[in-house]
Design a protein around this ligand. Sequence first.
Ligand SMILES: NC(=O)c1ccc[n+]([C@@H]2O[C@H](COP(=O)([O-])OP(=O)(O)OC[C@H]3O[C@@H](n4cnc5c(N)ncnc54)[C@H](OP(=O)(O)O)[C@@H]3O)[C@@H](O)[C@H]2O)c1
Length: 344
Amino acid sequence: MIPTTAREIRLRSRPAGWPAPENFELCEVPVRQPDEDEVLVRNTHMSVDPYMRGRMSDAKSYVAPFALGEALQGGTVGWVAASRSQIPVGSWVRHDRGWRDYATIATKLAQPIDVNIAPPSAYLGVLGMPGLTAFVGLHDIGGLGPSDVVFISSAAGAVGSIAGQLAKAHGATVIGSAGSDEKVAYLTNELGFDAAFNYKNGRSVDQLRRLAPDGIDLYFDNVGGEQLEAALATLVDHGRIVACGMISQYNETAKAPRNLTAIVRSRLTMRGFIVFDHQARSGDFVREVAPQVKSGRIKFPESIVDGLENAPQAFIDMLRGGKYLGKVIVRLADAEARSPNTSS
Ligand SMILES: NC(=O)c1ccc[n+]([C@@H]2O[C@H](COP(=O)([O-])OP(=O)(O)OC[C@H]3O[C@@H](n4cnc5c(N)ncnc54)[C@H](OP(=O)(O)O)[C@@H]3O)[C@@H](O)[C@H]2O)c1
């Protein structure tokens, strides 16, 4: 049964520094039935991603800021609960109207997903934006080669955990960093990293040099700050940096890196990218990665938080780190309880 009202999370105020629960507001709104060429989706899982922090500020960026007093947006998956489109009721889709229990959207915004390959939540992580980011970052931006020694920061996170496994599958030697001994053990024991270190257990540069005495060829930077400084000091001549993200600086002012002269001295290349510019690679990505996800060769750690009302705290905890492993997903409804009248 489709309810007449449902909940959404709005941005009440823009965070200054670290976001807090007071920046968010849970509201009850009418559920709108679909018009012609629209579907109503019962969202079952939504993503919380670091880039959303940038959209909560009103600084100029590659994507427009979230509007105050309006529902937030972001990757979400769910099943079609009502349809006036060629997408039948019961179909699984992905779209970008997350942070709400129900969404009425144009057909063209609803991307069908195949839940026989992987569970719906995987389309927000390994088979979604973070997975494509890992794939594009390594291959198109980083020029990954089989003899590379690769260092990946936030290696137990959504992007890092996939980047590490893709680089290993390509033959590279892979070193990861993470913020707890449990995560470090997970990287080497479960995800096949060659080595890993806890960046909270001493200076990153010392730990990285110990694990890579001959230097690293490629740094996949998810973090910036002190770990970027460590990588700059450890890269071989003509080494490369994939500037994917700098999560250590999204809520605080950076104190590092202080050694950018290494770029000149070691003839380094540092290249940033935004995954949304690389959607044309989605087909190649799915062809390479989906079979490995289905076979179990690629693992996709997820941390699931229940309930839309807990999404703001999940987002804040994801940014702070330490609590969650892999992709952080907020479960909005039981995926098993979907409309029973269609198959996938
Ligand atoms: N360029 C693009 O198009 C693109 C696309 C997607 C993501 N990104 C970026 O890629 C990075 C990873 O994204 P993701 O979605 O996979 O997020 P993620 O790595 O899962 O982010 C959460 C993790 O970040 C780590 N972290 C937080 N603060 C840190 C700090 N000060 N120092 C070191 N680690 C810290 C924490 O891990 P620990 O518990 O291990 O500390 C936390 O669990 C982010 O910077 C994101 O903005 C870029």
